[in-house]
Design a protein around this ligand. Structure first.
Ligand code: ADP
Ligand code: MG
Length: 461
């Protein structure tokens, strides 16, 4: 099927309609005008004949009538022979009584005129190449009086009017074509943009937004489409993240398993060696380092295993603040050691709600540990809780080094770390725990000023 653009669908019917209207209306007008004009023309000429007959002017020389009215006159005898005529310039073939009688249909006209209802009869003829309207009158002794009035005036008037009308019609059509083209263009340009944009989206480019050019339905469509693209991008990113997590989980599980067994043997053997009396102090010191490093690997492996293990929540109805306080008191020595001042503001009226205390402690501890790492030269750690409707916000702010804009997007990706001894699993775990609780975690940070981590928990689960 042939494909017409929207612009053509708008422009063509309009144009077709206007072409029809613009051509037919003038044609009909001209015809009506000509008809009216001809009626007036007939009436006027018949008036003249009446005057000529009533005043006896008919007996005057025909040339006088010709000059007075600008008409031609012919008088035929009862046998249709031409008695007198002002038309002297007719070609020979036409200047012949029989021919004239026939072309003027004298016989037929005479019959009609004898009918008392038909006092006047007219007919259009062409003589000597000119158009005339002929008016007949019956004279005494069966003679026929014919007045031939030239039709050039009507023809000329009709031609002039037609030309004017056509000129106007062409102007109107051009104007309509221009206006409908503009309207069509205005309508289709934003649609074309949107189509181009959808093609980009189909190719997988979800970064851009389509420019909103109009405040109408197409504008609404563009807004809806932009929103859809945004959501598509978010869900695609989420999917990628979930896939990464799943792969990371599987890999972590198998690595952790493989590493832990040899690690236990190494730890046991090192401890046994330490106990041997022949060991020198230096050797014992080296063994101590080995044991410390083994402990570090073990911590990382434990983290990996935690991460790999599917989260199964052990929900219990309980108060939140004591959980946070218990973690903070565990960290107290650590905080003092790093010259970090602790500031807390816990709202007292948070009702008990269901959550897994171990998992939440773990998440909270990861965040606090990150804050401590971010303040190597001391600072302030502020922990506050705010309750709003059935939601609790736990805000943990530090005055540490902050996070760069490029890093902030990757914080929750497993294994993303900027620390030489980091695992990059802390925040990935926090996110997982929060999501399992139906909550979210958000991080805001300014490089050189500090970081705020907000955990949002819903009390309705
Ligand atoms: P890890 O602590 O093992 O590096 P995390 O997932 O806990 O892994 O953190 C990932 C990274 O996020 C850190 O390496 C650090 O660069 C950055 N980060 C997290 N919390 C903070 C914070 N409070 N201040 C500055 N940087 C932070
Ligand atoms: Mg961490």
């Amino acid at each position: 099927m042939r494909r017409y653009s929207i612009q053509n669908k708008i422009v063509l019917p309009f144009l077709l309609l206007f072409v029809l209207v613009s051509i037919f209306v003038p044609l009909i007008t001209v015809e009506l005008f000509a008809w009216k004009y001809s009626e007036q023309f007939t009436r006027e000429t018949q008036g003249w004949i009446n005057v000529i007959i009533d005043t006896g002017y008919i007996r005057e020389d025909l040339v006088k009538v010709q000059q007075a009215y600008s008409v031609e006159v012919m008088i035929f005898g009862s046998d249709y022979t031409l008695n007198a005529s002002t038309l002297t310039t007719l070609p020979d073939a036409e200047h012949n009584s029989d021919y004239l009688a026939e072309i003027l249909r004298l016989d037929h006209i005479k019959q009609s005129l004898k009918n008392p209802d038909e006092s006047s009869v007219t007919q259009d003829v062409t003589l000597g190449g000119k158009h005339y309207k002929v008016f007949y009158r019956l004279l005494p002794l069966g003679r026929l009086y014919c007045m031939l009035r030239p039709m050039e005036e009507i023809t000329e008037a009709k031609r002039t009017l037609t030309l004017y009308m056509l000129g106007i019609a062409i102007l109107v059509i051009a104007l309509v074509a221009f206006i409908s083209h503009r309207i069509g263009k205005n309508l289709t340009e934003p649609i074309k943009d949107l189509v181009g944009f959808t093609e980009q989206v189909a190719e997988g480019n979800l970064e851009e937004q389509c420019e909103i050019r109009t405040q109408d339905e197409i504008g609404d469509l563009t807004i809806a489409f932009n929103q859809m693209t945004q959501e598509l991008k978010q869900s695609r990113d989420k999917l990628i993240q979930a896939e990464r997590l799943a792969t990371a989980g599987k890999m972590s599980a198998s690595f952790a398993h493989e590493i832990r067994n040899p690690l236990s043997s190494m730890r046991m053997l090192s401890q046994m060696l330490m106990q041997k009396p022949e060991m020198s102090t230096e050797q014992r010191q080296s063994l101590q380092y080995i044991l410390e490093e083994i402990e570090r690997i073990d911590t990382i492996v434990k983290g990996l295993m935690d991460f790999a293990r599917p989260v199964t929540l052990n929900l219990e109805q309980q108060p939140l603040v004591p959980i946070l306080q218990s973690v903070l008191s565990l960290m107290e020595a650590n905080l003092t050691h790093h010259q970090i001042h602790l500031d807390t503001d816990f709202s007292s009226d948070i009702p008990d709600f269901k959550f897994d205390s171990d998992k939440l402690k773990q998440a909270f501890m990861n965040i606090v540990l990150n804050a401590i790492d971010a303040m190597p030269h001391g600072g302030t750690l502020t922990v506050t809780t705010v309750q709003q409707d059935n939601r609790v916000y736990i805000k943990i702010s530090d005055t540490g080094v902050g996070i760069s804009e490029t890093d902030i997007e990757h914080l929750f990706e497993p294994f993303f770390t900027r620390k030489t001894k980091g695992t990059g699993l802390g925040l990935a775990n926090v996110k997982r725990v929060l999501e399992e609780h139906g909550g979210i975690v958000e991080i805001e940070s300014t490089l050189g000023e500090g970081t705020t981590v907000t955990m949002l928990l819903s009390m309705g689960i």
